[in-house]
Design a binder for this molecule. Structure first.
Ligand code: ATP
Ligand code: MG
Length: 412
């Protein structure tokens, strides 16, 4: 992509209401633009990262044989009345009426819709187990939308639902999804802690959250350094220094960003919405469900928070919007211009995602923007162009070296 044509509106200053580093950087680097409180446009650079995260999710869920579908955002109240949540959900639910005065909501989550899908098709144990997921926009009228994409009123989530004939079947899915989540977050550059959590509005018997430990997190996590114990403070009620319920050592408390949450729903929705199957003895039984949420836009935000300084982002390789950034120092110099374009077309042809800064800007401006945008490999085409030499930086390893144009690929 040529930067002169790519829409990356970088800013000198972050919006005044941006409190945390990631929000400031995402605004300054031209990744997102606010439309209203908790509502954002994903600009091309930000949307590329979102698509990379989505690709990783699809790859990992393919491995555990979950099938992707797409449910509607607009949901009729009837189904929510069946589950009992129309009255219980409260002001976070975005409600609206159609021209015939029928009630609808904009889905904050999709248990009702998925249960309706499955109950109408799956009637026998022979069709179970089953795992379905979607990537979709969710709506929640949050009391305090803040920190950019961290707590939006409209946000992108991957939500998955499993249906099993037995509790053991549910346990198996639960383990598969836990493992898939750890892998997904790792590929997005995030180390996560699994913590025991409350079931909240979703309900069910048991739940775990995936937390990225960070000062800007909104949850307090109690955890133990001596053993595996970790829980949301909301759920555990423990304070710093209390004895660990597993090993007795003193627990610690730190902040975390919740990027995922998985639930053993059990039969909560299948009972209330009558999703039954005939078991191997010919008896009708409610399906045993699990649900698995992963905040895609929040994962993007968390990744920027973890992989940045005040001056710019440094993308984890798998989600970076581009792999290589070519920055010619002076495009008026024919040798530099020719070499920059030669490398650009060569890398593109080899399937590398590359951004060429072909703008008529001063070198200082280009370097500042490159630091802000944060592409992990940079090729500076400057005064040694005549000899076919470029300055190659691996921003992860913090190395910079003069190399031959033909050696670039070996360094990526
Ligand atoms: P929170 O406690 O942060 O309000 P939640 O527990 O209500 O979140 P879930 O219903 O578990 O959220 O949703 C699954 C995932 O969706 C969360 O783990 C989070 O990553 C993401 N998510 C939830 N609410 C928001 C939001 N308002 N903005 C962005 N992402 C969100
Ligand atoms: Mg949650």
């Amino acid at each position: 992509m040529k930067q002169s044509l790519f829409f990356v509106p970088t800013l000198k200053d972050a919006p005044k209401d941006a409190e945390v580093k990631s929000h400031k950087l995402m605004s300054r680097a031209g990744l997102i633009k606010q439309v209203a409180a908790g509502i954002y446009t994903y600009l091309p650079l930000g949307y590329k990262v979102i698509q990379n995260i989505e690709r990783i999710i699809r790859e990992e869920l393919e491995k555990i044989d979950a099938s992707e579908l797409l449910m509607p955002a607009l949901q009729p109240s009837d189904l929510w009345k069946e589950s009992g949540r129309w009255d219980k959900y409260g002001p976070e639910l975005m409600r609206l009426t159609d021209r015939k005065n029928r009630d609808f909501c904009l889905g904050p989550t999709h248990e009702e819709i998925i249960t309706q899908v499955v109950r109408d098709y799956v009637t026998s144990y022979k069709k179970l187990p089953l795992a379905l997921y979607q990537i979709q926009t969710k709506f929640r009228d949050e009391m305090r939308p803040r920190f950019g994409l961290m707590r939006g009123r409209e946000f992108i989530m991957k939500d998955a639902y499993t249906f099993s004939a037995t509790n053991e079947g549910l346990d198996e899915w639960y383990k598969l999804f836990s493992k898939a989540y750890i892998d997904i977050f790792k590929r997005c550059g995030l180390d996560t802690k699994i913590v025991n959590s409350d079931v909240g509005q979703i309900g069910g018997d048991e739940a775990d959250e995936f937390m990225v430990m960070s000062e800007v997190g909104e949850d307090n996590i109690t955890y133990c350094d001596m053993c595996e114990y970790a829980a949301n403070q909301e759920h555990s009620g423990l304070n710093e220094g209390d004895p660990c319920p597993i090993c007795g050592a003193e627990v610690k408390v730190a902040r975390g960003i919740e990027v995922g949450n998985i639930f053993k729903l059990g039969t909560k929705y299948s009972e209330s919405m009558n999703a039954k199957f005939i078991d191997s003895n010919g008896k009708p039984q409610p399906m045993i469900m699990g649900c698995y949420g992963l905040g895609i836009s929040r994962t993007l935000m968390a990744s920027v928070e973890q992989h940045s300084t005040e001056n710019g982002i440094l993308w984890p390789k798998e989600i970076s919007p581009f792999q290589v950034h070519i920055v010619p120092v002076n495009l008026k110099d024919e040798a530099q211009k020719d070499l920059a374009y030669e490398i650009y077309y060569d890398l593109k042809q080899k399937g590398i995602e590359v951004l060429l800064d072909d703008r008529a800007e001063r070198a200082g401006v280009k370097f500042k923007d490159a630091d802000l945008i944060g592409i992990p490999y940079r090729v500076v085409v400057g005064k040694d162009s005549g000899e076919g030499l470029v300055e190659f930086s691996d921003r992860f390893k913090e190395t910079k070296q003069l190399i031959k144009k033909t050696e670039i690929l070996d360094h990526i």
